[in-house]
Ligand binder design. Structure first.
Ligand code: 6GU
Length: 243
């Protein structure tokens, strides 16, 4: 998979070369390009923003600079075009389902806005030649899209074949069955007077699976009840309902 990021703070994306993501780059599962938006300015001050039409606080990123940047990173005449991702608190929610969808794409381009966002015409025009997703990573406001890109790229790349040491981890995630994952334990058997739940040491795989399912249901009910309402018809069996 190819990943490009356009930003006015290229150093903010340095973590893409660390840890799991850095390993994925080394192993050539992904290749990453980070591009400084100011490359495509023409004035001495390298201006990327201007005041908003209609007034109001903040600044809006200029369409001419973004237009040239996108033309350079994804040439309009090329035979392939990427999926363009625009992180914004005004986007639709980024979810695990979307991470799975993006993990099947050969090429993702992330356009990081700062200030009050990017002139909407940039997104509107790009939509005419490539799929565009405006997405948010949660109901809070970040200063710019960079941190959101780090979160989204990490969640996508860990789904690629051969990136996680143990592929079963990705299948047992929170959200893979629509529920939050329950608690986990490792040695020692008793720590500061707290024992590991007996059932987990019983060797009874049926009982362990039932216990884990019950804990996942209980945790989801307490922390994210709306997830239970969103489960597909028939996702909960009779034993689940008794839990
Ligand atoms: Cl994707 N960008 C910004 N700037 N703020 C956010 C966000 C994205 N998601 C939640 N808050």
């Amino acid at each position: 998979m190819r990943i490009d990021v356009i930003t006015i703070f290229p150093d903010y994306l340095n973590p893409l070369r660390e840890a799991l993501l850095g390993k994925a780059v080394e192993r050539e599962r992904i290749s990453v390009g980070v591009h400084d938006l100011r490359t495509w300015t023409h004035d001495v001050h390298k201006t990327v923003d201007d005041s908003p039409y209609g007034g109001g606080p903040g600044m809006v990123m200029k369409p001419d600079v973004w237009g040239e940047a996108l033309d350079a990173v994804c040439p309009p005449a090329a035979e392939t075009s990427p999926r363009l991702v625009v992180p914004t608190p005004a986007g639709r929610p980024f979810t695990q389902d979307l991470a799975h969808e993006w993990s099947r794409e050969p090429w993702l381009v992330f356009a990081c806005g700062r200030y009050e966002g990017i002139d909407q015409r940039v997104v509107d025009e790009a939509s005419e030649r490539m799929p565009v997703d405006e997405v948010s990573i949660g109901d809070y406001v970040l200063v710019g899209g960079e941190v959101a890109v780090l979160a989204m790229v990490e969640s996508v790349v860990r789904l690629l074949p051969g990136v996680l040491g143990n592929p079963a981890s990705a299948q047992q995630d929170s959200f893979s069955d629509g529920l939050l994952e329950g608690p986990s334990y490792t040695r020692p058997e008793v720590w500061r007077g707290r024992p590991v739940p007996d059932v987990l040491r019983s060797g009874n795989h049926g009982a362990i699976a039932r216990w884990r399912r019950d804990k996942a249901l209980e945790r989801t009910w307490r922390r994210r009840p709306e997830l239970l309402d969103a489960l597909p018809e028939g996702a909960l069996d009779r034993k689940d309902r008794e839990a």
